[in-house]
Design a protein around this ligand. Structure first.
Ligand code: MLT
Length: 397
């Protein structure tokens, strides 16, 4: 057997697993420490009543012969595809239901979409970036090129000059980990770049529901020409607390072709080989999230996370720590104080604040010296975390 070299080359643990390991070791050595996690971006739940009611109804249907559903349509049930299409259209990005593929979350499809690219191809990623994407590229045997973000561009890197013609480009806006959001003009520059080079642009919109400013784009399809180069990934995880329930979607427009081959047909074929769809019960829950009651209830939960992010943002301002994100995103990205390394600050916060965050270097080399805090938490806990954060900093002075 010849092993997959890309997989073998990923010698380090996934950053969230490493952080959890260190936190567990600390907790074992300090049994009195009540740790608070502002690390992995996991929601607090619960699912909204509209979703749980729809799922309960769907479970009852599954328990009766006449309403039972076996294998569903590979692309997803029409009721959910139509609901997503209406939602995107309402938000200014008209996407027909036929271009929507239901997934078990954006992460699975991000990796899966690389099956469209020949091994040995070139990928272009921002640095820092969502670490699963770099791993996906390595597993697929792609060569990874990066364009680094920095304080000078607000951690919103733009297309690099030069002759690189990437097969695939990955962008996330609002970005994980920095919480920075591209403007329309900036996304238009990326769309132009992708079209000129015939690159596939993977646009991760998992955090789009956090954008509260109408002038900022929530979908790549708000940019003219994007339907000819871009695939968009959406998720119910952060929108509606589906991290453990699993449902997302991929928009792959009919107009998207590579050398005359329509990618939609290829993706449909790939999905038929690799995927058996998302549970009927879950799809019913996701569709209910997009109904009038679901939207209202979900908005209330999002408002809590937004308020948490604002609190963390003002805490960092009070501490005089340079930071980004948090305004239209559930993440805050900060420069580690006193020139500490990312892991150095992780250990410091663990010891002096009993707080767990995510070291910026886990998102790429340009993240060294930075740190990410997540605003997914219940408000009392986030408030306590903010107090502990400020208190811990006293030990650095
Ligand atoms: C994160 O914390 O970056 C996310 O929760 C990870 C994910 O969505 O897979």
């Amino acid at each position: 057997m010849k092993l997959n070299g890309g997989l073998v080359s990923m010698e380090e643990e996934y950053v969230f697993a490493q952080a959890a390991q260190r936190a567990r070791r600390f907790a074992a050595a300090h049994p009195d420490a009540r740790l608070i996690s502002l690390g992995i971006g996991d929601v607090q739940g619960p699912l909204c009543p509209a979703a749980t009611r729809a799922m309960a109804r769907a479970v009852r249907e599954q328990g009766r012969r006449r309403s039972f559903h076996g294998y569903g349509p590979e692309q997803g049930y029409q009721f959910l595809r139509q609901a997503i299409s209406s939602e995107l259209t309402r938000r200014g990005a008209p996407v027909p239901a036929r271009d929507i593929f239901i997934s078990d979350g954006a992460k699975s499809d991000l990796g899966g979409l690389l099956d469209l690219i020949a091994p040995g191809g070139q990928a272009l990623l921002c640095d820092p970036t969502y670490p699963a994407v770099r791993d996906d590229c390595l597993i697929r045997g792609l060569r990874v090129n990066t364009v680094a973000g920095s304080p000078s561009d607000g951690f919103l890197p733009m297309p690099p000059p030069g002759s690189l013609a990437p097969d695939v480009i990955y962008l996330c806006s609002p970005a994980n980990p920095t919480g920075a959001v591209y403007t329309r003009a900036q996304l238009a520059a990326w769309v132009d770049y992708a079209r000129q080079r015939e690159s596939l642009l993977l646009f991760d919109a998992a955090y789009a529901p956090f954008i509260g400013d109408e002038s900022l784009p929530r979908s790549i399809y708000e940019i003219p020409g994007a339907e000819e180069c871009a695939v968009e990934l959406g998720s119910f995880s952060k929108l509606a607390g589906f991290t453990g329930t699993r449902c997302g979607y991929t928009v792959l427009p009919a107009a998207l072709c590579c050398r005359g081959v329509p990618l939609q047909a290829l993706w449909r074929r790939r999905q038929a080989a690799r995927f058996n769809g998302v549970a009927y019960v879950v799809q019913r829950g996701a569709a209910a999230v997009l109904g009038p009651n679901g939207r209202r209830q979900t908005e209330r939960a999002l408002a809590v996370y937004r308020a948490n992010a604002r609190l963390l943002e003002s805490t960092l301002t009070e501490a005089g720590i340079p930071h980004w994100g948090g305004l239209h995103a559930p993440y805050l990205w900060l420069a580690c104080p006193q020139g500490l390394s990312s892991w150095g600050f992780f250990d410091f916060l663990l010891e002096y604040g009993w707080l767990v965050g995510t070291p910026g270097v886990g998102f790429g080399p340009a993240g060294e010296g930075y740190f990410r805090l997540s605003a997914f938490g219940d408000p009392d806990t986030v408030e306590l975390a903010a107090e502990r954060f400020l208190h811990a900093l006293d030990y650095l002075r």
